[in-house]
Write a protein that binds this ligand. Sequence first.
Ligand code: ADP
Length: 453
Amino acid sequence: MKIKKQFFILSSLIISIPILCSVFIIIHTYIHSPNRYLMKGSKQLNKLDSVSNSNLADIEKSLKMLPKNVQALLCRTTDRQIIYSTIPEIEVGKIMQREEINDFAMETSDQYFYQFTRIPSAGPDLFLVTRLSHEQINNEQKTKSSLKILLLIILITFISLILILFISKAIFDGLHKIEMTSSQLAAGKLDKPISLEHSPSKENEFSIITRSLEKMRCELLEMQASKNRFITGISHDLRTPVAVIKGYSEAIMDNVITDADEIKNSMDLIDKKATQLEEMIDTLLNFMKLNNTEIQEKLVKHSITRLIKDFAKYAEVTGKIFKRNVKTDIQLSKDIKIPLNNQLVQRSFENLLSNAIRYTKENDLIEVIAFFDERDSKKYIVMQIRDTGYGIDKKDLDYIFDIFYRGTNSRQEEGMGIGLAVVKSIMDTHGWKISVESQKKKGSCFTILIPCN
Ligand code: ADP
């Protein structure tokens, strides 16, 4: 259950418990008020309704069933004779007028509560007076009410305690798990997967955080692997020209190369390799600049549809120059403007086209396609650059967007393994997605998803 919901239950309980208690006390006080108290014996009194005065034994039997602390007297309405009495001051057989009974009740009303009931019967009607002492009611009522309220409070406290324990346990378990997981991540232990809650009933804010932590762990792991590949790649690529420069300069210094022409050739080679090294460092620095959030902040609204259409025309011309069969199909009728960096987007499209040209043979087919699509109720422009060239080896597919990574098909082509890393970085800067599908010797298809809502 969501923590928000659990807190809602807890706060509802905190608000409703005093209200319920107050309602209970009000109802309880009303039911047990002195006026209603005598009515407790009303079941017995009602029985008297159907009894005739000739059957005094039955009436007496019913009156004896009244609660012990209730005193009663029964008076015949015709001759005003008292035919039954448990009130010590009034004896059986006494004749008492209605006014006399009223006066008697008035005089003792500071000690007793009185209730008057008329009992119709087959013979003359009967007049019943019942009474109960104040003291008894108050004491009895107080003890009973206090006992009930105490029991109720104990019950409510018990239920609330169980609920609080249950909710606190869920919160503390969640916090404990997050604490353990984050310290595991902080200690750099990324290889152990974080166990996730699968039951939807147990889904709450903590399981969402745990899932995000697991996602973060996977991303950190991937970043670590990518960093390792980057370092391996860069050290290998920088080492090669350095080795050549070092080898030739040592040969000159140790007088291994003495001929003036040979020295000149060696110096040319050293210069070429130093320039290559410089270019590599520049490319690297430029690539690092691409990962700058400043670019993200400087994106301006521009027509993406116009940009794609212009690129399609550029692709057709370039195809002719490099003798590739370039076909374009741009189905973007509506003009869409979105925030972008014109130059960077153009550069990424050109990198993809340049790869498509480099990894295909003469007259191979290259297609540039774009259309509107809706995925998960979000609108996108889908752009694809497909070719029917060498294709990419399955084992390379996961790494081709890494900087300095070159696929097994790239040996015969010049390159530094930086083009796709640049494309990926530009896509990330814009919040766009790029993916690749490829089959060796059949060709490749690079797909870009551009959100346009
Ligand atoms: P480079 O082409 O300089 O090696 P890239 O970053 O542009 O570097 O590409 C990385 C790798 O991806 C290439 O070495 C190549 O193996 C593969 N690749 C990229 N585009 C294509 C394509 N259109 N067809 C086949 N392989 C490709």
